[in-house]
Design a protein around this ligand. Structure first.
Ligand SMILES: CC(C)(COP(=O)(O)OP(=O)(O)OC[C@H]1O[C@@H](n2cnc3c(N)ncnc32)[C@H](O)[C@@H]1OP(=O)(O)O)[C@@H](O)C(=O)NCCC(=O)NCCS
Length: 157
């Protein structure tokens, strides 16, 4: 039985996050989220990295950056064997809640255009497709920009 816990990622988690990201998010693309890049983002003051663990196993991760006007989901992945258990939703909700605490009411992200399942996932969480960016991924593949306005969420609570 899996026991999933969510918590802040530590610097020592950067290599595992990077390797899982290469397999889940960047499959068939050049590896851009290397351990060094993941660690670099984690070191930034205005960033957050949260992981889902099953005991000592990395089940999922989310990396986000908080700007002046919006929060940006830089990287999200849930390992294949842990999918459809609500982990992805919990990770995104964590970013949304921390964004609102920081006074930010917009969450943005890019997703690979060919990843229909990920686009469905975000749409199901209330994200709207706002633009298509040609060649966003290494000049090879398009991205869909998506965003969610959290103001409706905060007034409905
Ligand atoms: C997208 C991803 C993070 C979803 O993680 P997850 O933990 O399986 O998602 P959840 O279980 O929280 O799903 C929440 C809802 O999203 C929708 N959803 C999730 N996966 C879906 C899929 N493959 N197809 C269609 N809808 C999906 C469903 O409505 C689901 O609710 P339900 O299971 O009650 O029907 C995961 O599939 C993944 O890591 N994909 C590869 C990496 C990636 O594309 N990352 C995003 C871009 S950076």
């Amino acid at each position: 039985m899996s026991i999933i816990t969510l918590g802040p990622a530590r610097m020592g988690d950067a290599p595992a996050i990077a390797h899982l990201s290469r397999d889940l998010v960047e499959a068939d693309l050049p590896w851009s989220w290397t351990p060094r890049r993941v660690a670099g983002l984690m070191r930034q003051r205005e960033s957050a990295a949260v992981i889902a663990r099953d005991r000592n196993r990395l089940a999922g991760f989310i990396l986000a950056q908080y700007g002046d006007e919006s929060a940006h989901i830089a990287l999200l992945g849930v390992a294949n064997e842990y999918r459809r258990q609500g982990i992805g939703r919990l990770l995104v909700q964590w970013v949304e809640e921390t964004a609102m605490v920081a006074g930010l009411f917009l969450v943005r992200l890019e997703v690979r255009a060919i990843k229909r399942d990920a686009r469905h996932f975000y749409a199901n969480l209330g994200y709207r497709e706002i633009d298509r960016v040609r060649g966003y991924y290494s000049g090879i593949e398009d991205a869909i920009k998506m965003s969610r306005d959290l103001r409706a969420l905060s007034t409905s609570k």
